[in-house]
Design a protein around this ligand. Structure first.
Ligand SMILES: [Zn+2]
Length: 326
């Protein structure tokens, strides 16, 4: 058995369920990716989680390793005290006892947290937020959300629903959003919003070709690619997304006065024009002599969720490690 504590980390997204063996020296020793597209609801998601954990536990056992705990990151409103997913729109979960399901497979401490808050926690403890006490993590991918570290603690709000930035309205008469409201930030600046607007505008490059495309055939990567090669419609859509993400970032900075703003999620991949847009927006504002906070990319990139889930146990809010408790 290894002397360095290690945990099983789970990053549950709408399409991928990722599991990793993460060690306290900040490495991912092994990982598995499961496609769960189309699986929604407590029974299919619970079964996918348990079978993924069983596989990972089997690998650990075969290598004479033992998980000191399980950290799970899930999109939606999470109750970390009781380990329950109160509500997850993407996965269609309502009051699902996620920690209890995991414990049926692995009898060890289990920590459950909202995915973006977990990613922020990982960046705060081990990544781009090291050395800060007040930090904001802004995630833009399929959806948009923010997580706040306030004096070294994650800010959750009264019911754990803090940070739903993507569902803040930006257009009074805008498009219908996935949440049912109208004109949310996600309708113009999320992965799905960008694809939807590009399809509406008609002409975009898809792969090597240039032509009119149905929304179904479009991907956000194709829209970025078209913008990079000068397609005017695609460029306008990406520019708009940058403007609205920049405004949202400035609002976060104005409201919270963080030491650092960290950008994560698939739309903020290295070299993305959206990183430049948000950075310029934040650096362009100053308030009565206050310097704007530095903006940087998430250190763990697409592994932020997995590392964050591990940090729930390996670098928890309380000083003591859960497995050290009697
Ligand atoms: Zn919305």
């Amino acid at each position: 058995m290894s002397h360095i504590p290690e945990v099983l980390a789970v990053d549950m997204g709408g399409t991928l369920l990722r599991v990793g063996v993460v060690t306290a020296d900040r490495t991912i020793a092994q990982q598995w990716v499961h496609h769960i597209e189309g699986r929604r609801g407590a029974a299919p998601i619970g079964a996918a989680l348990q079978s993924a954990l069983r596989e990972a536990a089997g690998w650990m056992s075969a290598h004479a390793r033992y998980p000191a705990g399980v950290g799970i990151a899930i999109p939606g409103v999470i109750d970390p005290e009781d380990g329950i997913a109160r509500y997850s729109a993407n996965l269609d979960l309502h009051n699902v006892p996620v920690a209890a399901l995991a414990r049926e497979v692995i009898p060890a401490p289990v920590a459950v947290e909202n995915d973006v808050r977990a990613a922020a926690w990982g960046e705060y403890q081990w990544g781009a937020g090291l050395g800060t006490r007040y930090m904001v993590y802004m995630s833009a991918g399929t959806g948009i959300a923010a997580a706040v570290i306030d004096d070294g603690r994650p800010y959750r709000g009264i019911s754990g629903a803090a940070g739903e930035l993507g569902h803040a309205p930006v257009f009074p008469d805008g498009e219908r959003c996935s949440c049912g409201n109208v004109g949310c930030l996600e309708t113009v600046a999320s992965g799905w919003g960008i694809v939807h607007r590009a399809a509406q505008s008609g002409m975009v490059r898809v792969g090597a070709g240039l032509g009119r495309s149905s929304e179904a055939a479009l991907t956000v990567e194709a829209v970025f690619q078209a913008a990079a090669t000068g397609d005017r419609a695609a460029t306008a859509v990406i520019d708009d997304a940058g403007v609205y993400l920049g405004q949202a970032a400035v609002s976060l900075v104005r409201l919270l006065n963080p030491q650092k703003l960290i950008l994560g999620g698939g739309l903020f991949f290295a070299g993305s024009p959206l990183v430049a847009a948000v950075t310029a927006a934040v650096e362009g504002v100053s308030l009565s002599g206050e310097m704007p906070p530095p903006v940087s990319l998430a250190a763990f990139g697409s592994n932020s969720g997995l590392i964050g889930a591990a940090c729930l146990l390996l670098a928890p809010e309380s000083a003591s490690r859960p497995w050290e408790l009697s």
